[in-house]
Structures are given as structure tokens and as C-alpha cells.
Ligand binder design. Structure first.
Ligand SMILES: NC(=O)C1=CN([C@@H]2O[C@H](COP(=O)(O)OP(=O)(O)OC[C@H]3O[C@@H](n4cnc5c(N)ncnc54)[C@H](O)[C@@H]3O)[C@@H](O)[C@H]2O)C=CC1
Ligand SMILES: CC(=O)C(=O)O
Ligand SMILES: [Mg+2]
Length: 540
């Protein structure tokens, strides 16, 4: 039982049970008179929270309420989310977390993690000592450099590490004590935020790439010093920083980048099932991306890995993928191609500035939007894909909702219901010609919480793409024939906890197979993961 007593106990979100403290606990812990006399169960408290949530006028208000609840009583917070994951994922996470990040300095209540800022460089080991937990196993860290499709939000980006790690627990039951959200505050180039008197981050422009990299190196060293078993999960960095730093660290330390590897994994999972619906094979697809940043490159690389498993050589797989960005098709005459993009630039390709023209020339079967820009999959783009394919695969993955390249309604309407469609957010079903079409949500939340659990359960020393391929397969294989018949590419969100458990076990098994675990393999990986799972319950 807790060492805390009285008001201090009620103010500790990990140990506060509020009205659920028993008479005995109230007497022993000096709580008599500090609580109303009625003693409740967790279920009663959940009912009250759901009632209070029903009175909130909009999703941001619900987000603020739930944030406050997590600060008051952590068990109750996770118990409320567990009542209806499909309803609450979109509140604590994408898309509402996007609105929360835009408003972060205005709605801020408590830090809920660490703010490691550029002006503390040279002292980061000291700074990390201030975190009260000794054995942190995953840090989710962002610079706020590219928050969803909202651009540079600086320290306002802290909503993302907080929300991502809440999903580790809500989806994959990773114990919240071992998770630490970090905002690596290197300033911001967002003038609106710099001028906002309520902005909470460093009020300065971002450093040069070399200075950023030196700061990141100091951060990595400090993390390893303070938390030797910790995995660093990079999230929502500026695309070029994300790609460069993952390449530097992926084989060096325990780390992964969710926008690159997690997004690659969930997209491959969606494609595996799209192939079942289209009655085709991944290795036979031609894939065109709109957007060639961290998500585009991450997905392209993961598709190459998946195509290789179906028998193609690396070169053959790369030849099936093309990228189109702000400056048009990535082709040989372009002078701004980065090394990571180069393998998707093919001899003989001609410049193209118009996406529909590029589609006519390249004849893709799969079109993936990771451009951050709403409306870029125009009627003409969707119609061209539909003229070329019986079942065009169209994934509009940019977040939040009003950044999706096209809505579900547009995809179905302009393809006469033929598109196999997924978006980064959950769009509502669409009625078309007497049929109800159910769009899928291709969002990395199907993968990163489960991989996070696998990392914690195995103490993985590295987190290479092979683990994310195993996770993709695990997610895809959990969609039943019946669900595929309805057009569902992913398992239902209502059962995200069960899905994440299976995905975590398969990912952990792969970590053991690859020899990347820092613990001996248990007799049953499933039981080992189950034993680690956090339960949103009060101790009996
Ligand atoms: N559904 C999911 O699970 C995920 C979705 N995403 C989304 O993907 C988007 C991109 O993320 P990153 O690749 O990390 O960003 P990034 O900034 O690294 O890349 C953006 C790319 O889009 C291109 N672009 C920008 N405007 C364009 C336009 N008008 N037309 C064509 N291309 C354009 C840029 O040239 C760049 O290549 C974001 O909106 C993010 O929310 C990212 C990760 C996961
Ligand atoms: C979902 C996600 O990670 C993103 O949009 O950046
Ligand atoms: Mg992200």
C-alpha cells in the first residue's frame, strides 16, 4: 500500500482512488473527511465520468476533461478509455490531439512529461535525473518539427508524445510507469507561436542541422546513462531530421521512428488485405506516392521489404515504386533528390508536374497520400486511377482530418464505389447507390503500441524493419473473411486491445528469433507478455 497519506495521496494520480477508497483505507491513510462518505466502485466512477463527458460540447473539451482525469486518477482514466476504445482513441489521439497541439499553450494544465530544452545543452544528464522513475523503458520524443500535417508546432507538439504513450497503455497495456513523454525543445520557426504570449516553449528559431544533431547525440547519451534499458521512440520530427537520425541510430541503440517504420508497417498491413479484396499480390503492384518525406520513404522501404518476401529482388521491388512531391515526379532530371529517395528515381522517367499526368504515364495500381495537403487527390486523380484499375487502392493518409488527400466520400463517389480506401483518420461510412461503404483507418496506432510492448517485454537492443513486417502481418491476419467482405482492411477499433496483444506477441517472437532480445526467451512469449500487461483496476 502507498506511503502517501491524506491530501498528498489524493493528489497523486497513480495512487489516488478517489471515492473508491475503502473505509479501512480511509482510516489508515488519514482520508476521513477528505472525501464524500459514499464508497464507490471503479464502475460507478466510470459512469460519472461518462456522464460528465456527455455534457462536453466538443472533442477538444472532452480531450481537456480526459487530460485532467489522467492527472487526477490514472486508473480511472484508462478504465474510461477501455469502455469504448473506438470512441476515445479519436479524443486522446488523432485527430483531436491535433487541435490540442494547435491550442497547447492555451489549454496547458500540467507538464505530464519532460521538456528538455536547447538552453540546457551540456547538462542533459543532470536534467534527466529529475525524472522520478528509475526504470523508464520507452521515451517518446518529438521536437514538434512536423506535428501530423500541421507543420512546425514547436513545444506545442508535446501533445503527441503524451498521446502516443497513452495509447501504449490504452491499446497494448504497457505499464504507464515505464513510459516517459519528452519534448526536445529546440525552438520553433513558427512565427505565429513565437508571437503568442501564451506559447510555452523556447522563444527562438531552430538551430542548424549540425547543432541539432549534436544536441540529439547528447540527449541519446543522457538517456542511455540514466535509463540503460530504454528504447527511444522518435515521433513527428521534421521529415529530413527523422530520416537522417533514424539511419544514424537504428543499428546503434534501441530506437525506432514511428512515422517511418510504424507507418510503413500499418500501410503494408492495409495493402496485404487490400490484395485479398482485389485478388492480387503485393509483388505485382505499382505504387505511386504523393509525398516523399519521412512517411513516404518509410512506407516505400517497408513495401520493398514486403515485396522481397514475395520473391522480388530489392531492385525489382524498388522499380515498382515512384514518388511525387511538391516539385513533381521524382525523376532523373531533378536536382533535389536525397539519397533515401534516389532508389525510387527510375531511368527513362520524364518530368511531370501534374499528378494525373504522372498516373497516366506510370499506371499505378496503388496511390498513397502522405503529402500533408487536403484535396490533392482531386476528382480527376481518382477518376484516372479508376479508369486504369478495376479496384484502385487509394490511401489518403495525411492527418488530421482536414489534411487528408481526399475524403472517403470523394474516393467512393469519384470511383463509383470501386476504390479500396483508407485514411489516417476514421471517416464515417458512405451510402452510395443503395450500398454502405465502410472506409478503413490506416493509422500507425495499430502497430506502435504493440511494438512498444514487444520492446519492453524483450528489452530489444535494436528495432529494425523486420519487426515491423512481423507486426504488419500480425495486424493483417487478424481481419476475418467476414470483415474483409465488408471492405475492412484492419481489425475493429473496439477490439484494439486484443489485436494489440496478438501483434505484441508476434513482434516479440520475431525479436527473439532475430537474436535482438536482452533477456532469455521465456517458454511462452504469450504468457510473458500477458504477465506484463497493465490493468486499469484498483488492487483488491
Ligand atoms: N496515417 C498515419 O498513420 C500517418 C500519417 N502521416 C501523415 O503523413 C503526412 C506526411 O508526413 P511526413 O512524410 O512525415 O512529412 P514530411 O514533411 O516529411 O513530407 C511531406 C512530403 O509531402 C510533400 N508535399 C508537400 N506539399 C505537397 C503538395 N502540395 N503536393 C505534393 N506533395 C507535397 C513534400 O514535398 C514532402 O515530400 C502528415 O500529414 C502525417 O500526418 C504520417 C505518419 C503516420
Ligand atoms: C499518425 C501519425 O503518426 C502522424 O500523422 O504523424
Ligand atoms: Mg506521427
Amino acid at each position: 500500500m502507498s506511503d502517501l497519506a491524506g491530501v498528498a495521496l489524493l493528489e497523486d494520480p497513480k495512487q489516488n482512488f478517489g471515492t473508491a477508497f475503502t473505509q479501512k483505507e480511509r482510516e489508515e491513510k488519514g482520508l476521513i473527511g477528505l472525501l464524500p462518505p459514499t464508497m464507490e466502485k471503479l464502475e460507478d466512477q466510470v459512469k460519472r465520468c461518462l456522464f460528465q463527458l456527455s455534457k462536453k460540447n466538443n472533442d477538444l473539451e472532452q480531450y481537456i476533461y480526459l487530460t485532467q482525469l489522467a492527472d487526477d486518477n490514472r486508473t480511472l482514466f484508462y478504465a474510461v478509455i477501455a469502455t469504448d476504445p473506438a470512441r476515445f482513441l479519436k479524443i486522446v489521439y488523432d485527430p483531436t490531439v491535433g487541435t490540442a497541439c494547435l491550442e497547447f499553450g492555451h489549454i496547458y494544465r500540467k507538464p505530464n512529461g519532460m521538456y528538455v530544452s536547447y538552453d540546457q545543452r551540456g547538462k542533459l544528464k543532470e536534467v534527466l535525473k529529475n525524472w522520478p522513475v528509475e526504470d523508464v523503458r520507452v521515451i517518446c520524443v518529438s521536437t514538434g518539427g512536423r506535428i501530423l500535417g500541421l507543420g512546425d508546432l514547436g513545444a506545442n507538439g508535446m501533445g503527441i508524445p503524451i498521446g502516443k504513450l497513452q495509447l501504449y497503455t490504452a491499446c497494448a497495456a504497457v505499464h504507464p510507469d515505464v513510459l516517459l513523454p519528452v519534448l526536445l525543445d529546440c525552438g520553433t520557426d513558427n512565427e505565429k507561436l513565437l508571437a503568442d504570449p501564451l506559447y510555452l516553449g523556447l522563444k527562438q528559431k531552430r538551430p542548424t542541422t549540425d547543432d541539432l544533431d549534436a544536441f540529439v547525440q547528447e540527449f541519446v547519451d543522457a538517456v542511455l546513462d540514466r535509463f540503460p534499458k530504454c528504447c527511444i521512440h522518435f515521433e513527428d520530427w521534421k521529415g529530413a531530421d527523422a530520416i537522417r537520425l533514424l539511419a544514424r541510430y537504428v543499428n546503434q541503440i534501441s530506437c525506432y521512428n514511428d512515422d517511418i517504420q510504424g507507418t510503413g508497417s500499418v500501410t503494408v498491413a492495409g495493402l496485404y488485405n487490400a490484395m485479398k479484396i482485389a485478388k492480387s499480390n503485393l509483388k505485382d503492384q505499382r505504387v505511386l506516392f504523393l509525398g516523399a518525406g519521412s512517411a513516404g520513404i518509410g512506407i516505400a522501404n517497408m513495401i520493398v521489404s514486403a515485396m522481397k518476401l514475395e520473391g522480388l529482388s530489392e531492385k525489382e521491388a524498388q522499380a515498382r515504386i515512384s514518388l511525387f512531391d511538391l516539385n513533381g515526379l521524382l525523376e532523373p532530371s531533378r536536382k533535389d533528390i536525397t539519397p533515401e529517395q534516389q532508389k525510387y528515381v527510375h531511368d527513362g522517367e520524364k518530368p511531370a508536374k501534374d499528378l494525373s499526368e504522372a498516373i497516366k504515364a506510370l499506371k499505378p495500381t496503388v496511390l498513397i497520400g502522405v503529402s500533408t495537403v487536403k484535396g490533392t487527390f482531386t476528382q480527376q486523380v481518382i477518376e484516372t486511377m479508376t479508369q486504369l484499375n478495376d479496384r484502385p487502392v487509394i490511401f489518403a493518409l495525411s492527418n488530421p482530418t482536414d489534411h487528408a488527400e481526399c475524403t472517403a466520400e470523394e474516393a467512393y463517389k469519384f470511383s463509383q464505389g470501386k476504390a479500396i480506401y483508407a485514411a489516417g483518420v476514421q471517416f464515417d461510412p458512405v451510402d452510395l447507390n443503395g450500398k454502405t461503404l465502410v472506409p478503413s483507418q490506416a493509422n500507425n496506432f495499430y502497430v506502435f503500441p504493440a511494438v512498444g510492448m514487444a520492446i519492453v517485454a524483450t528489452e530489444a537492443k535494436h528495432v529494425p524493419d523486420e519487426i515491423f513486417i512481423a507486426a504488419a502481418r500480425a495486424v493483417a491476419d487478424q481481419v476475418t473473411e467476414e470483415q474483409l467482405d465488408k471492405g475492412m482492411l484492419f481489425p475493429p477499433q473496439a477490439s484494439v486491445q486484443a489485436t494489440s496483444h496478438v501483434t505484441a506477441v508476434k513482434s516479440a517472437q520475431r525479436i527473439f528469433e532475430l537474436g535482438l532480445a536482452r533477456i532469455p526467451k521465456p517458454d511462452s512469449v504469450d504468457k510473458h507478455v500477458t504477465m506484463l500487461e497493465y490493468k486499469a483496476e484498483y488492487p483488491s
